[in-house]
Design a protein around this ligand. Sequence first.
Ligand code: AMP
Length: 400
Amino acid sequence: MKLLSKKTLKDLNFKNKVALVRVDYNVPILDGVITDNTRISASFKTLRYLIDCGAKIVLFSHLGRVKNAEDLKSKTLLPVFHELKKLLKDVSVSFINETRGSKLENSISAMKSGEIILVENTRFEDFPNKKESKNDPELGKYWASLGDVFVNEAFATSHRSHASNVGIASNINDSCVGFLIEKEIKALGHVLLEPEHPYVAILGGAKVSDKILIIENLLKKADKLIIGGGMAYTFLKAQGYSIGTSLLEEDKISLAKKYLEENSNKIFLPVDFAITKEFTNSKPVYTEDQNIPDGMMGLDCGPKSSEKFKEILSGAKTIVWNGPLGVFEFSNYATGTIKICETIAKMDECYSLIGGGDSASAALNLGFADKFNHISTGGGASLEFLEGKELPGISAIKDK
Ligand code: AMP
């Protein structure tokens, strides 16, 4: 895969260079207060490295979606600037509340090595025309003209072709990935290109339709595939079980049947369920087997399934997990997801990776952050990587 040959920070010279750095500061903000600054502090390894190398750092990030004039006020990166200043006390950090123009240009011209400028929300360029999100050629060219080199450090948007990643990278002399993306590429690349066997993949989440490409790619790579979460019911229906009012995608039953027929020794489904009448956090009832009575829906797998999954995982050398095994947002239906976390957490001999999104939040919220070899920080980006797609924000970076 070409992704593994991309330039990294160590391949570039940053001394006195203006480094345009695409970071992911799309942090949760409530009433002007940042409620989780993980994404900001996660970029510091790269920023500190660039400072040590003598770079002048210009940071670009998006914050939410910008669709109207009101968003131009409420989605400002100003709170992020205050947080940066607070966390990087020894560094000169300034904020330009514009995405283009002479104020930005003059401030960059006046920068000294080791200083940081944060540019306003790149998606302010999305109103009224989607210049950032549609990778407007002029915008990418303009931003690229502000610097000497480009560093992509925003993995979560790398599956998108935007002006602030692909646009800049395609119009600048040299570029590389930052430490965060380098780590993501190594980890995700490892489980796709050089995994140790036995290799077990676990897929959960809501819908089969969202996971078709990842199912197909992981069926090629893994020795066993556990399918849980809302997706499992379409597979169970395909096998003739009664699934009550559980989540079903009628139009995917025949596809599920095909996967099951072609991979009869490889695909494993839950064998019991935590069921309820309504989609609420009510006290669950457990089924005896794979059948769910009329009028009831499965919101989690049951204890027999957790035991079975433990057996399937036993001895695995590589585990990839994407998608919760139940409605983990409801405490009464998080048990299947907790149990799989606990099982993997105890498997020291194995390389374990969580492919972003809800399974990553589940593992983090449930306190398993340091129990996995890698927890990918991208939702859509991790999914597309595991589907075997090239991510444009990474492809656009220069090769070594
Ligand atoms: P995804 O983004 O596709 O990984 O899906 C994650 C979502 O799937 C979470 O919000 C879960 O609540 C949901 N989910 C997991 N199991 C079920 C289920 N049995 N029924 C409905 N939704 C589910």
